[in-house]
Design a protein around this ligand. Structure first.
Ligand SMILES: [Ca+2]
Ligand SMILES: [Ca+2]
Ligand SMILES: [Ca+2]
Ligand SMILES: [Ca+2]
Length: 332
């Protein structure tokens, strides 16, 4: 017999699956590169580990289970901001936001350093024309980024059509990220250029990019047919019965949810809502998901003991990482 908790779990899973976009659009907001649930609704712990630990996930994955639990205990003390011995949904949400920000800044810092090294190499080349001075901390001019990404002569490249299209998109994104409009990107502006989903003011340009990617007849909007082709990418003859059923459901979803103004097409605003749904808070959803699965006495807050008892939900370790689960806890 199904326990009530299992039923609720299935319901929560379905909510999460439905709230996710039908297609992984480039640059949508997310807490991990991994999917939280696969198409059959099977739960993936790696998603939670990355959401909870951010850039620390890798180091946790190297620890023995004992070390991992010990470090998790110390983290819980940090997460419990008001020190009342309980982790509330808000404290957990704040923590996930903090981890995500740290992870983002870390990646942005590495990207910036790498790009500045490439800039130095570029200006030192004998065939580099123009200003050869370089400010190691200073902003990066578009012309130099363009040269580094597309070479000296993209117009005459054998793949010039694709390159020029990509370059035009990059230039538009560059301008959107360039908040002080000096044609150069500072370290902070460059972070927004590379990870636009982290910045609200970049969401429109990300929506435009995704729209253009799906807009095969280039009329500036997504028809139902373009939407379905974007998701399924194969003809009706090649699809299984299950896929055909899914396609029918997605057609209804397009009409009832995606096409908000009911004109039969998706415009940039509707695409933006698809990518960055205002009605869905990823951080709060993840916090409730973690609390739901660890809250043994169902008082809606987590004690350190509750978290440690479900450590494999929150953090990985060397053993679980190699698939030899500790089998101390319920599988999802
Ligand atoms: Ca607390
Ligand atoms: Ca600038
Ligand atoms: Ca179109
Ligand atoms: Ca519409």
């Amino acid at each position: 017999m199904l326990k009530l908790s299992s039923v609720l779990c299935i319901c929560l899973c379905l909510v999460s699956v439905r709230a996710a976009p039908e297609k992984n659009l480039a640059g949508s907001r997310k807490l991990s590169d991994k999917e939280h649930f696969d198409k059959d609704g099977k739960h993936n712990k790696e998603y939670d580990h990355e959401a909870f630990l951010g850039k620390e996930k890798k180091s946790f994955d190297q620890l023995t289970p004992e070390e991992s639990i010990e470090r998790l205990g110390k983290l819980v003390d940090q997460i419990d901001k008001d020190g009342d011995g309980k982790v509330s949904a808000q404290e957990l949400k704040d923590w996930i936001q903090f981890s995500k920000t740290q992870q983002h800044l870390d990646a942005a810092g590495k990207r910036w350093e790498d790009t500045k090294t490439r800039e130095e190499k570029l200006v030192s080349r004998s065939d580099f024309k123009g200003d050869k001075s370089i400010d190691p901390m200073g902003p990066l001019p578009w012309e130099r980024y363009k040269r580094m990404s597309y070479g000296p002569d993209p117009e005459n490249h054998e793949d010039s059509k694709r390159l020029l299209k990509q370059m035009k998109m990059d230039e538009r994104r560059w301008k959107a990220a360039d908040l002080d409009h000096d044609g150069k990107l500072s370290k902070a502006e460059f972070a927004a250029f590379n990870q636009p989903w982290e910045y609200d003011y970049m969401h429109v340009v990300t929506a435009q990019e995704n729209l253009e990617d799906m807009d095969k007849d280039m009329d500036g909007k997504i028809s139902l047919q373009e939407y379905l082709e974007g998701i399924y990418q194969k003809s009706a003859g090649e699809m299984t019965e299950e896929e055909l059923k899914g396609k029918e459901a997605d057609k209804e979803y397009f009409q009832s949810e995606r096409d908000r103004n009911k004109d039969g097409f998706l415009d940039t605003d509707e695409m933006k809502e698809w990518l960055f749904p205002t009605s869905f808070d990823y951080l709060a959803a993840e916090a409730s998901h973690l609390i739901y699965h660890a809250d043994s006495n169902e008082d809606k807050v987590l004690t350190k003991a509750e978290i440690l008892a479900k450590h494999d939900l929150f953090v990985g370790s060397r053993v679980t990482n190699y698939g030899k689960d500790l089998t101390l806890h319920d599988e999802f």
